[in-house]
Design a protein around this ligand. Structure first.
Ligand code: NAG
Ligand code: NAG
Ligand code: NAG
Ligand code: NAG
Ligand code: NAG
Ligand code: NAG
Ligand code: NAG
Length: 430
């Protein structure tokens, strides 16, 4: 019997010197014994309901302060005086107004105010944050109109999150944000569709407009767009998406159309020179027209999981250059013929497809440098890893939810003899 071990590196931890962490301790005030030389103070998930003025005054090195998930109702002026905080996390409190924190306006770069109850945004408080680069106001459901304070946002601000804000107006809310790189808007309902006026003068690079009730593809100002990443998940486009819709996206690298009730594979050919990642997962696409991807010379990642494909799609010449294919939950089977065309795949997801040992055997025809293979939720009992042509490059194999014969001790079982999470496993080599 030969034992093989695959190591699956899940995550890594960064250990910060000078970090004080008292999260989740049911504290109702800031502890008085925090060493004065701390640069990071983490007090999230407690019951702190107020911060005395100047409480951190002696913390000259304090640059990161997290008081998320407490019971703060307001922040008094000069609360943070004496510090040089660059990241301030105040999410999930009960703040009613955008705080006056002008004492750290010269150093503050990231401010998280999401999931408070902010209804008031004094313009001076916004204008005093001259170095702010990242602002998260998500989850404040009754914000005043953005237009009332947007001209007072610092021109250093490049990332702005407005998710779960009940945002509906698109008149001039989002125009002329000239320096904005990343904009997140979600879980509201635009009263009108996105037209070429919506973002006029706003040269956003990464745009997320998710679950905003869009029924037609957004129109962007002609010739001026720099959009590289566009995520339009959870909208419900009523018409087929065609080359005309995408023609304006001259710089697009990554297009996400998850869960948009799309019935027909979108005609992406106009993005042939730039598009690297196409994500059309969780739609109702039943076929990929043959040769539609032939001109997509840059395409590396195709994510089409959870669509009713029914059979393995023909990817034409793109099969030779694709690096990542997600085709889980598409009711497909895999054969040697299907896989032998792929030469560059590094990541393959064929989870949740009722694959059995015959399909697993077909993997022996996949001559690609596969690093990540997802076979979760299938009916595979045996897999001969050493016989896989990509055994040497393989870093991670997921086999959860298969009746696989894991022989490693102590693996969790789901009660039906299936080893569920075989991420770090020793397999019986056949
Ligand atoms: C902070 O000061 C304490 C003594 O008060 C010392 O033990 C510790 O090493 C210091 N930490 C740093 C990061 O300088
Ligand atoms: C806010 O912006 C407006 C328009 O640019 C400007 O007139 C006003 O002075 C600004 N307010 C502050 C407090 O900077
Ligand atoms: C796009 O949105 C979907 C759904 O919210 C999310 O799962 C996905 O990670 C997003 N893509 C990117 C690149 O952020
Ligand atoms: C490829 O894209 C260019 C513009 O980027 C376009 O002119 C050309 O027609 C496209 N080719 C195809 C086959 O769509
Ligand atoms: C999915 O597409 C099929 C036709 O291919 C159609 O009959 C069906 O109604 C669609 N389902 C949904 C949920 O739109
Ligand atoms: C996938 O494999 C099946 C069985 O060998 C074959 O009939 C089908 O044509 C293949 N499809 C593609 C796109 O390779
Ligand atoms: C796998 O499934 C196919 C189609 O249902 C079947 O023909 C084949 O015998 C099965 N192979 C094994 C090893 O169970």
């Amino acid at each position: 019997m030969v034992l093989l071990t695959l190591f699956h590196i899940v995550s890594s931890f960064a250990i910060t010197v000078g970090s004080y962490d008292a999260s989740g301790r049911e504290l109702n005030q800031v502890p008085t014994d925090i060493p004065l030389n701390e640069s990071h103070i983490i007090l999230n998930n407690n019951d702190i309901d107020s911060l005395p003025v100047g409480i951190f005054e002696d913390y000259k090195d304090l640059s990161y302060l997290d008081i998320s998930k407490n019971r703060l109702t307001d922040i008094l002026p000069n609360t943070f005086i004496g510090t040089r905080i660059d990241t301030l996390r105040l999410a999930n409190n009960l703040l009613k107004a955008f705080p006056d924190i002008s004492e750290i306006g010269h150093c503050l770069r990231s401010l998280m105010l999401s999931f408070n109850a902010i209804t008031e945004i004094p313009i001076e408080n916004v204008a005093s944050l001259q170095q702010l680069a990242y602002l998260d106001l998500s989850g404040n459901k009754n914000l005043p109109p953005i237009r009332t304070f947007k001209s007072n946002l610092s021109n250093t601000l490049h990332s702005f999150r407005l998710e779960y804000c009940n945002m509906w107006s698109v008149t001039d809310e989002l125009t002329d944000l000239k320096w904005m790189m990343n904009l997140w808007i979600s879980n509201g309902r635009f009263s009108e569709q996105i037209s070429d006026n919506t973002f006029s003068g706003t040269q956003v690079v990464n745009l997320y407009v998710q679950n905003m009730g869009l029924v037609s593809f957004p129109v962007f100002p002609e010739g001026s767009n720099r959009i590289k990443i566009l995520n339009l998940s959870k909208n419900k486009f009523q018409e087929e998406l065609n080359a005309r819709d995408f023609g304006q996206l001259e710089s697009i690298v990554q297009l996400t159309l998850q869960n948009c009730r799309i019935d027909k594979f979108p005609d992406v050919t106009s993005m042939n020179n730039t598009l690297k990642v196409l994500d059309v997962q969780m739609n109702n696409i039943s076929t990929i027209p043959s040769n539609i991807l032939d001109y997509m010379s840059e395409l590396e990642t195709l994510l089409i999981s959870h669509n009713p494909l029914g059979r393995f799609p023909s990817l034409g010449i793109r099969a030779t250059s694709l690096k990542s294919l997600s085709i889980g939950g598409t009711q497909i089977r895999i054969s040697c013929k299907n896989l032998s065309e792929f030469l560059s795949l590094e990541k393959l997801d064929v989870s949740d497809n009722s694959l059995n040992n015959t399909d697993a055997l077909a993997l022996q025809c996949l001559h690609s440098p596969v690093k990540h293979l997802n076979l979760n939720s299938n009916y595979i009992t045996v897999i001969n890893l050493v016989a896989l042509p990509f055994f040497r490059t393989l870093q991670e194999i997921e086999l959860g939810g298969n009746p696989i014969q894991c022989i490693s001790k102590g693996l969790p079982h789901d009660g039906q003899g299936r080893a569920r999470y075989c991420n770090i496993v020793q397999f019986k080599a056949i």
